[in-house]
Ligand binder design. Structure first.
Ligand code: UTP
Length: 309
């Protein structure tokens, strides 16, 4: 008789939002970085919608001091709703009400000190429990073409087949490897395969020491085994508890895969990446495109070789 393995999908997504956002000061002095708005939605909303699109119903936010606004964004706003209702503004009213997830699906825990991403994920351990879970970093915004599933959905579909941890990867230039966790591939990549098995991971290697140009971006599917390692709170690159280091330690015990996702990733924790995301996503909307393109052309004509950057 054929035994059918019980294939699991992540039912919980951890969204860490306790970082200090120092690359985006002064904007992030009093406002959470994850509330920065790309076109008309805060980054954290993109993250939550991506989890929901992947069929993940339990969302765990790891927050810190001064981040209360994030929870408010997903709650009802009676005064605003009353005002919109009185003015018959049905569309925005529906929009803001649709933002509130089913009661009991959002969970909040605190990372009392921003000791690093690995530590933030560890803070969610009791809420995650004993099943595979997703991690979505809101400052990594991934845009997928209409008709292409959002990146976490792509990953959950792969995970269902694979049942092993995976990280989303993209190719970066040799110079950029020092900004990312880099995957050390176990095998030569086969053409067209989206999965690359890892034999190691290196956090922020210098270009000379990078084992590849496959950079990890802020989407992970992990298994609860990671918590034991994260609980050791070993400081890695930058003195922070790195998620990549704990994943690397697990490799001898459990296969780990890089997943080449379909989509464009924007580093919205960086001022330039953030502007790129705004421009690219605004240009996707016809109404905005019609007004923006003449403006962009005008700006381009200012930056001709006579006006070098
Ligand atoms: P970053 O690595 O971008 O760090 O975090 P950061 O502190 O927010 O920003 P910079 O580098 O100082 O500008 C990636 C994600 O992990 C969360 C952040 O909130 C962000 O969503 N994070 C990071 C935590 O929750 N806790 C931490 O200790 C570090």
């Amino acid at each position: 008789m054929k035994i059918v393995k019980n294939r699991m999908r992540p039912r919980t997504a951890v969204i860490p939002v306790a970082g200090l956002g120092t690359r985006f000061l002064p904007a992030t002095k009093a406002m959470p970085k994850e509330m920065l708005t790309v076109v008309d939605k805060p980054l954290v909303q993109y993250a939550l919608e991506e989890a929901q699109a992947a069929g993940i119903e339990r969302i765990v936010f790891v927050t810190g001091r001064g981040k209360e606004m994030l929870a408010d964004h997903f709650d009802y706003t009676p005064e605003l709703e009353g005002a919109l209702r009185a003015r018959n503004r049905e569309e925005p009213l529906q929009q803001i009400r649709a933002l509130v997830p089913t009661p009991g699906c959002l969970f909040f825990t605190r990372q009392n000190e921003p000791l690093g991403l690995g530590h933030a994920v560890w803070c969610a351990r009791h809420l995650v429990g004993d099943r595979p879970f997703a991690v979505i970093l809101p400052d990594d915004l991934v845009w997928s073409e209409p008709g292409t599933p959002p990146v976490m959905q792509q990953m959950c579909e792969q995970f269902e087949q694979l049942q092993n941890p995976m990280v989303a990867i993209m190719t970066v230039s040799q110079q950029e490897t020092s900004k990312y966790g880099i995957l050390d591939p176990a095998e030569v990549e086969s053409d067209g395969s989206r999965l690359v098995r890892a034999k190691g991971l290196v956090e922020k290697p210098s270009p000379q020491h990078a084992p590849s140009r496959m950079a990890i971006i802020g989407r992970y599917i992990l298994t609860p085994d990671i918590f034991e390692l994260l609980g050791q709170k070993r400081a890695g690159a930058g003195g922070e508890v790195q998620l990549t280091d704990a994943m690397a330690h697990l490799i001898p015990r459990q296969p780990l895969y890089g997943f080449r996702f379909q989509g464009t990733r924007f580093d919205c924790g960086d001022k330039v990446g953030f502007q790129m995301a705004n421009l690219a996503l605004a240009l996707e909307q016809q109404e905005m495109r019609e007004r923006l393109l003449p403006f962009i052309n005008e700006q381009l004509s200012r930056w001709t070789p006579d006006h070098p950057i």
